[in-house]
Design a protein around this ligand. Structure first.
Ligand SMILES: NC(=O)c1ccc[n+]([C@@H]2O[C@H](COP(=O)([O-])OP(=O)(O)OC[C@H]3O[C@@H](n4cnc5c(N)ncnc54)[C@H](OP(=O)(O)O)[C@@H]3O)[C@@H](O)[C@H]2O)c1
Length: 199
């Protein structure tokens, strides 16, 4: 399969690359330092990146930023980051990919454990992740050409404890291998509209 992987250089992107890279052709995408340059908050950038790839079989999104801050202190810009990047960036990628995915192809998005569990300074993260999971459940019923769409919801990865561990005290980290299997199940399996929790 020809797979476009947005966020290829991140912790999750690298886990997916390791897990699926031997069996499939992965086209890594991000804003910098990737085969395919893409800005997921910009529809025009997404369309021109996909146009340069041509048709493909699967889109995996392992990117999207949110701000961490206490609810009373969150600024307008901090709320907007989660809405524009983590939430609508992934929704736009999924919607525009419909014009480029081969029949029976798939879309896999990424949420996170905060859709179900609360952490300090996690209101924006919880909001975006819950919205994404509801979006996938609903929009997956309206996909053309026998496409499928699922979402992976990991807790903190072992590799990311240094970066996010302070926010996830008491949450047992998961291995990149476990996370890789969830993306594989979405891409190579038969299910549609599922949230694959890795926690
Ligand atoms: N790591 C974890 O433990 C964990 C757990 C649960 C959920 N998640 C979620 O999984 C996603 C990826 O997390 P991560 O930790 O792997 O991220 P990361 O290490 O920060 O990497 C993010 C990747 O996405 C790219 N990227 C960032 N903003 C982008 C944009 N606007 N347009 C295009 N590409 C962009 C980055 O490259 P450039 O900077 O070059 O664009 C990079 O390749 C995030 O949404 C995160 O919330 C992560």
């Amino acid at each position: 399969m020809k797979i476009v992987l947005v966020g290829v250089n991140g912790a999750i992107g690298q886990a997916v690359q390791r897990h699926l890279g031997e069996r499939h052709t992965i086209i890594g995408a991000s804003r910098t330092n990737a085969e395919l340059k893409i800005e997921m908050t910009d529809s025009q950038s997404i369309r021109s990146a996909f146009e340069s790839v041509g048709n493909f079989d699967a889109l995996i999104v392992a990117a999207g930023a949110v701000a961490f801050n206490t609810f009373p202190a969150m600024t307008d810009d901090e709320w907007q980051l989660g809405l524009d990047s983590k939430l609508m960036g992934q929704v736009k990628l999924a919607q525009i990919a419909l014009d480029y995915l081969n029949p029976h192809g798939s879309i896999t998005l990424t949420s996170g454990v905060t859709s179900k569990e609360s952490i300090a300074m996690g209101a924006s993260s919880s909001m975006a992740n819950s919205a994404l999971e509801s979006f996938v459940r609903a929009a997956s019923t309206e996909l053309p050409n026998n496409l499928r769409m699922n979402i992976v919801s990991p807790t903190v990865l072992e590799e990311s404890v240094g970066q996010y561990g302070e926010y996830f005290l008491g949450f047992e980290p998961v291995s990149s291998t476990s996370v890789g299997y969830a993306y594989q199940r979405s891409v190579e399996g038969v299910e549609n509209g599922r949230t694959y929790e890795v926690f």
